[in-house]
Ligand binder design. Structure first.
Ligand code: COI
Length: 357
């Protein structure tokens, strides 16, 4: 692939020896370099790869006050057949970043500042992609409003950065989750489909209350009646009822349009497994749990990959879900297939994986 060349200032020393790349902890250590670009006078300027470093921010930096801040998450994998880093559906992350930018009144990014920049930055920090089973380099592109101004208005300046962090599994074991009926993550017409920082900030308090009850995540329900299931905060959610896979529709604009969600839907259909993208209600899920017709629940996300759900809390009840074998479990099959595609050990029927030379 022909990519443009950005100026590179190399780090004086690598930090790679300070990190255990065999068992990386999610989100704690960062590679040697980052990509930076600035938006000023109506255009993106000064794209560059520089040593990973702290930012110096004015106290009136607009993003800190009014939340014009968006991000993406994607991963690079150690591609077994070539020994090179491989990216998964990077163009889709670029498109979603620009949908988030539009919703948050921020400037869109041209393809080269997202896709080419990731290729080029990754070719500088390629040694940071861990090689072990279940590991990857988590890539975080983000943009924030940089105006030093306290009035409310769309910022006129922005900073855009890409950095990376070696990652192990986000949820190493199956997790219990519970329905949320008091607080809301998003409403129709809101910012729920954008990868906006505030969506995550607003979900922390309700998630913390659930954690105090022993749950790892919430199942968000619609803001009006708390009846229609939305997503699980760090991931989209899937239910298997009577052998059919059901996942909330993105039609209402209240959930993140997950790239892993879409990949799982496409792979299931490729295997002739029925997937229904539609409104699914709390009552339907509770009925499935009570009757035993609901056999499996799983989450999907870039960080989470395919996350197994061990049980569901509904008001003062808790339903444990059975531990299924690989032959029985759609989630286990999907995780294995998806990770195989990413590491290059399974065929890639949709051409999702690209190699970084
Ligand atoms: C991702 O999956 O990339 C996210 O942004 C979610 C967060 C849990 C890290």
């Amino acid at each position: 692939m022909q990519i443009r060349t950005f100026p590179v200032e190399k780090a004086a020393q690598t930090k790679i020896h300070q990190v255990n790349l065999d068992q990386p902890t999610f989100g704690k250590f960062f590679t040697d370099h980052m990509f930076v670009a600035d938006y000023r006078n109506g255009q993106w300027q000064n794209p560059r790869i520089v040593p990973f470093q702290r930012l110096s921010l004015h106290p009136a930096t607009s993003a800190l006050h009014y939340g014009q801040s968006i991000f993406e998450g994607l991963k690079a994998f150690h591609h077994r057949p070539t020994g090179r880093p491989a990216l998964f559906r990077v163009e889709d992350n670029w498109r979603r970043m620009n949908r988030s930018a539009q919703r948050m009144c921020m400037p869109e990014l041209p393809r080269e500042l997202f896709v080419d920049a990731i290729y080029e930055w990754l070719s500088v920090d390629a040694d940071w992609v861990p090689k072990g089973e279940g590991t990857s380099l988590y890539i975080r592109p983000f943009m924030f409003a940089a105006d030093e101004y306290v009035g409310i208005r769309p910022s006129e300046t922005y900073q855009y950065i890409i950095f990376g962090s070696p990652a192990g599994p986000y949820y190493p074991a199956p997790i219990p989750i519970r329905f949320e009926f008091k607080y809301s993550r998003a409403c129709e017409g809101g910012t729920g489909a954008a990868k906006a920082a505030g969506n995550y900030g607003g979900s922390l308090y309700p998630a913390q209350l659930a954690m105090e009850e022993g749950y790892r995540q919430l199942i968000w329900t619609d803001a009006c009646r708390h009846q229609i299931i939305e997503e699980s905060g760090t991931m989209n959610i899937f239910f298997v009822i009577d052998g059919r896979v059901i996942t909330p529709s993105i039609r209402r604009g209240t959930i993140l349009e997950g790239i892993t969600r879409d990949s799982v839907i496409q792979l299931l259909r490729h295997r002739n497994i029925t997937v229904e993208e539609r409104d699914i209600t709390v009552d339907e899920v509770v009925d499935g749990l009570e009757s035993g017709r609901l056999t499996e629940v799983f989450g999907t996300g870039t960080a989470a990959s395919v996350a197994f759900i061990s049980g569901i809390g509904y008001r003062d009840k808790h339903y444990d879900l059975p531990e299924l074998s690989e032959e029985e479990s759609i989630a286990r099959q999907m995780k294995k297939l998806l990770e195989g595609i990413k590491y290059g050990t399974e065929a890639d029927p949709f051409g999702w994986v690209t190699i970084v030379e």
